[in-house]
Write a protein of this length. Sequence first.
Length: 287
Amino acid sequence: MSYASIEEAMLNGWGIERSFVCHVHDDHNASASVNSVTGLWFCYTCHASGRVDMDRLDFDPKSVLRTVEHLAAKAQAAERIYSESWLDQYDVIGPGDYWLSRFSEQVCREFRLGQAADGSYATIPYRTPGGRILGVIRRDLTGKDPAKYRYPFGVDMTAFLFNYSMSSGRTLILTEGATDTIAAWETGCRCVMATYGSHISRDQIRQIHRYSPDRIVVAYDQDAAGQRGWEHMEMRLGSFYRLTRLWWDEYKDLASIPLPDRTQMLREVAPRSVTIRTGQGEGTRLG
């Protein structure tokens, strides 16, 4: 949830990191966030920063209570690890019509994409860097939920990178969302992860440092948010890695690009990390 001002975010929000409309530049969307514990704030667009005077804020007791309850639920959820068989409830009879309309059945099964029994939402497993399951991301299929995607309650979506445990290769391709990473995987690309949004967190940066790629290709959406994400990535990672922005025409995101065009583009970007599927099995294009 985002707020019109930093004061509103601090007084009425809940959770640790709270988004608000930056007061330094002519901001129309919530481009800044404030840490409700330390009072430190930062704008990801104009890069302004500062600290809120915590002693001057007249906190609503209910707001404080909501934050405490949220942190307690988050701590409890962090201990909840599900087995692979837990996912059977979503994909035991197949990935579901929604995923099969977007990706091949083989790819759907590799990622264990599924669907609720009543057809109200599609699912993507949410995993730790080690591949353990913390729950599922729910993609609404009814059109009634204002949030298209819902993440497991109490789990921080910025704490991990999607597909971290399966990715390999010296060139790392980063996408905004899980479906874009799956779309890249469908082409045979085995060096792709998602940041769950157009900004990269400190936890995600630490995971990238452990992965230690030679080069990073940013395949964010071709829109204003994607551009801001690219600029943020340059600021946070430009001193450590060779960064490249991947551009394409006509389509907003990677998953929207037709498979043949998507495959050709990614083979040109990371030829040594693309697996070629043939009638005789699989081989690696060294390019």
